[in-house]
Design a protein around this ligand. Structure first.
Ligand code: NAD
Length: 357
C-alpha cells in the first residue's frame, strides 16, 4: 500500500534538495504518494504567513512529512517555521543519527552515534525575563542573594513527564534498531534539581529495558571529551534540549559536517524528517549543494514507515556513491573547487543508478 507523505520543499536550496530526495525515494522501491505543501519565505509574501494551516492539516492527515530547510529572517520578520512546526505538532523528540560513511573525510572512522534530544523544554522553553523587569526582580527576590539585581534570567524547566517520554523514546529506538546502549547525558552535580530529576527518571525507564538495552550516564562536559577522543565507544545518547543542540552539532562534525547529517522530529504518531543544515541562501538555485543530508533523512523516514528494504537499498546506494567519490558535490571533493564535482541533481541521479546495480 502506498504511504501518503507531505513534502515541504522549503526555500533557499530546499526545493532542489527536495526534488533530488523525492526522486531517489521513488526509485527505492517504496510506494509514496507525495502531497506537496509550500511553506516559507515565498508563502509569507503570498499568504501572509510562512506556515499556513493547510500545511499543518496535511501533516496531521498523513502523519509523516519530509521538509527542505526554511529561512528564518534575522532581527524581525517571522518566527522560525521549524520551531513553530515542532510546537504545533508536539514533536518532542529530535533524532540525529551521526554515522561515518567511507569516503567522507573525517578524523575518525567507525563512528555510529545517535543523539536523542528533548525538543520541548529546558532553556528553550522561552521563559525569559529581561534585566530589571518586574518578573526578573521577583525571581531575584526568591533567590535570596544568589542572583545579582542586574541579571537577565532564563528559566530551565525539566519535567518528569518530558524526561520520561524522551528517555523511553531513546530506549524504544535502541531496541527497535538493534542498538546496544543508551547513555543519559546531563549535569546533576551542579543542577541537582533539574538534571537530577532527568537522571532519576532515566534510571527508572532503564529498568524496563534491563537485559535488552544497556544503560549508562555521563556528565555533559566529560561526554564532550569522550566523544572527541573515543566516539566509537558510544551508541544512543539521550539528553535535555540544550545539551542535545550542542552535542548533535559536535557529533555531526565527527562524521563530516552539515552536508551529511540527517534528522527527524518525532511526536506521538507524527514525524517530520529534515536535514540539520539550513537553507544556504547563497547557493539557492545553483544546483550545487549536497543532497546527502536530506536523502539520509529520507532513509530515516522509510525506516519509520516500516519500509526497511527500501531504506537499506537507498542507504547502501548513498554509501556507494560517496565511497566512489566521483559523482559527489563540491563539498565532498578533496578540493572545494574541484572541476569534477557534480551538482545536486546529478548526485541524486548517481544514487538512483547505484540502486539498480
Ligand atoms: P546553513 O546550514 O544554511 O548554511 C551554512 C553553510 O553550510 C552554507 O553556506 C554552506 O557552505 C554549508 N552547507 C549547508 N548545507 C549544505 C549542503 N547541503 N551542502 C553543502 N554545503 C552546505 O546555515 P545558515 O547560513 O546559518 O542558515 C541559513 C538559513 O537557514 C537561516 O535563515 C536559518 O535560520 C535557516 N535554518 C533552517 C533550518 C531548518 O529549516 N531546519 C535549520 C538551520 C538553519
Amino acid at each position: 500500500m502506498a504511504h501518503s507523505v507531505t513534502l515541504i520543499p522549503g526555500d533557499g536550496v530546499g526545493p532542489e534538495l527536495a526534488e533530488a530526495t523525492r526522486r531517489v525515494i521513488d526509485a527505492s522501491g517504496a510506494e509514496i504518494e507525495w502531497e506537496v505543501q509550500e511553506a516559507g519565505l515565498a508563502v509569507m509574501e503570498a499568504e501572509g504567513t510562512p506556515l499556513p494551516e493547510r500545511v499543518l492539516e496535511s501533516i496531521r492527515r498523513n502523519k509523516v512529512a519530509i521538509k527542505g530547510p526554511i529561512t528564518t529572517p534575522r532581527g524581525g520578520g517571522f518566527r522560525s517555521v521549524n520551531v513553530a512546526l515542532r510546537k504545533a505538532l508536539d514533536l518532542y523528540a529530535c533524532l540525529r543519527p551521526c554515522k561515518h560513511y567511507a569516503g567522507v573525510r573525517t578524523r575518525f572512522e567507525n563512528v555510529d552515534l545517535v543523539v536523542v534530544r528533548e525538543n520541548t523544554e529546558d532553556l528553550y522553553a522561552g521563559v525569559e525575563f529581561e534585566e530589571g523587569s518586574a518578573e526578573a526582580k521577583q525571581v531575584v527576590g526568591l533567590a535570596g542573594g544568589r542572583i545579582r539585581e542586574d541579571a537577565a534570567i532564563s528559566i530551565k524547566p525539566i519535567s518528569a513527564f518530558a524526561s520520561e517520554r524522551i528517555v523511553d523514546f531513546a530506549f524504544r529506538y535502541a531496541k527497535e534498531n538493534g542498538r546496544r546502549k543508551v547513555t543519559a547525558v546531563a549535569k546533576d552535580n551542579i543542577m541537582k534539581a533539574t538534571d537530577g530529576l532527568f537522571y532519576r527518571t532515566a534510571r527508572e525507564v532503564a529498568k524496563r529495558y534491563e537485559g535488552e538495552v544497556e544503560y549508562d550516564e555521563w556528565l555533559v562536559d566529560a561526554m564532550c571529551m569522550q566523544l572527541v577522543q573515543k566516539p566509537e565507544l558510544y551508541d544512543v545518547m539521550v539528553m535535555p534540549n540544550l545539551y542535545g543542540d550542542i552535542l548533535s552539532d559536535l557529533c555531526a562534525g565527527l562524521v563530516g559536517g552539515l552536508g551529511v547529517a540527517p534528522g527527524a522530529n518525532i511526536g506521538e504518531g507524527v514525524a517530520v524528517f529534515e536535514a540539520i543544515h539550513g537553507s544556504a541562501p547563497k547557493y539557492a538555485g545553483q544546483n550545487k549543494v549536497n543532497p546527502t543530508a536530506l536523502i539520509l533523512s529520507g532513509v530515516l523516514m522509510l525506516r519509520y514507515l516500516g519500509e526497511r528494504e527500501a531504506a537499506d537499498r537507498l542507504e547502501k546506494a548513498v554509501a556507494a556513491v560517496i565511497a566512489e567519490g566521483k559523482d559527489v558535490t563540491y563539498d565532498m571533493k578533496p578540493n572545494r573547487d574541484d572541476p569534477t564535482a557534480v551538482g545536486t541533481r546529478e548526485m541524486g541521479e548517481a544514487i538512483v543508478r547505484a540502486m539498480s546495480r
